[in-house]
Write a protein that binds this ligand. Structure first.
Ligand code: ATP
Ligand code: MG
Length: 247
C-alpha cells in the first residue's frame, strides 16, 4: 500500500526525500550547533500550517518566543499571524520548569485533538534528557520515555519532528547514537570546511520504508529561509574528490 508523503516546508528537501516525509512518522533532525536544525523544525511547522493546512505545535526548550518570532521574521515567516489564526501553537518549556514530570503531556494530547494538530516539532530531545539523564544509569528509562511519547504522537495521527544535537557531524566519522535507531527517519545537518570557508550541508541518513537520495547537498540560509540546493553537489566535496587523486 502506498503511503502518504507530506511536504517538509524546506524547499529542495522534498526532492531529496523523493516526495516528502511519511505522514504520521517520527523524524530526527540532528547536527552540530548552528547548522539550521531549529529553522528546519520551524519551517516544518510554519509552512505546514500556511501552505498545507496542517496545524502544528512547536515545543521549544531552546529559544525564547521573542527570538523565534524574530528569526522567523528575518527569514520570511510571519509566525505571529499563524499563531493568531490558531494554526500554530508555540509552547515554551524552559528547562528549569521541566523537572517534576511530564504532567503537561496530557494537556498536549488534548490540544492535539482540540485544535486538529497534524504536526508537532520538539526542539530539542534535551526535553527528555533533563527529565531522565542518560548518563547516570538511566539510559533505558530515557529511551523508554521517548518511545512512549512517540507512540502517543503516532496514535494521535501527527507527524513528529524532533531536533537533537550531536558533537561529531563529520559524515566520514559519524558515531551513531542510541536514539538514532528509534526514529523512522534521520536528517543530518553539518558543515564542511574548505580552506577558510564553511559550507552548510545536509544528507538523509535513513527514512524507513522509503526510497530517498543518499547524496550530500548544500544547504543555504537567506532572507527567504532555509533551502536545500538539491540539484547541486557541495562545492567543498567536489574539490575534495578532485584533489584527492593528486596526493
Ligand atoms: N537571517 C539570517 N540570514 C542568514 N543566516 C541566518 C539568519 N538567521 C540565522 N542564520 C543562520 O542560522 C543559524 C542558526 O540556525 P539554527 O538556529 O536553526 O541552528 P541550530 O542547528 O538549531 O543551532 P543550535 O544547535 O545552536 O540550536 C545561525 O547560526 C546563522 O548562521
Ligand atoms: Mg537550535
Amino acid at each position: 500500500m502506498a503511503f502518504e508523503l507530506i511536504k517538509t516546508g524546506t524547499p529542495g528537501l522534498d526532492q531529496v526525500l523523493k516526495g516528502g516525509l511519511r505522514k504520521n512518522s517520527c523524524i530526527l533532525v540532528t547536527g552540530a550547533p548552528g547548522t539550521g536544525k531549529t529553522l528546519m523544525a520551524l519551517q516544518f511547522i510554519y509552512y505546514g500550517a500556511k501552505d498545507y493546512n496542517e496545524n502544528g505545535i512547536f515545543i521549544t526548550t531552546e529559544e525564547s518566543l521573542e527570538v523565534l518570532h524574530q528569526s522567523g521574521k528575518n527569514l520570511g515567516m510571519d509566525i505571529q499571524s499563524m499563531v493568531s489564526k490558531g494554526k500554530i501553537f508555540i509552547v515554551q518549556k524552559p528547562i528549569a520548569t521541566l523537572k517534576g514530570g511530564l504532567s503537561s503531556i496530557k494537556g498536549l494530547m488534548e490540544s492535539i485533538k482540540e485544535y486538529n494538530i497534524k504536526r508537532v516539532a520538539l526542539d530539542s530531545l534535551i526535553f527528555f534528557e533533563y527529565l531522565y539523564p542518560r548518563f547516570d544509569g538511566n539510559k533505558m528509562e530515557f529511551r523508554r520515555q521517548v518511545l512512549i511519547f512517540m507512540q502517543q504522537m503516532r496514535k494521535a495521527g501527527v507527524t513528529f519532528l524532533v531536533v537533537s544535537e550531536r558533537s561529531i557531524t563529520d559524515f566520514d566519522r559519524l558515531e551513531y547514537d542510541m536514539m538514532d535507531f528509534v526514529f523512522e527517519g534521520i536528517i543530518m545537518l553539518s558543515r564542511i570546511r574548505k580552506g577558510s570557508y564553511f559550507e552548510r550541508v545536509v544528507t538523509v541518513a535513513k527514512m524507513r520504508g522509503q526510497d530517498h537520495s543518499l547524496d550530500v547537498y548544500p544547504l543555504t540560509i537567506g532572507h527567504d529561509g532555509l533551502k536545500v540546493l538539491f540539484d547541486q553537489t557541495p562545492f567543498s566535496l567536489v574539490e575534495k574528490e578532485e584533489g584527492s587523486g593528486f596526493k
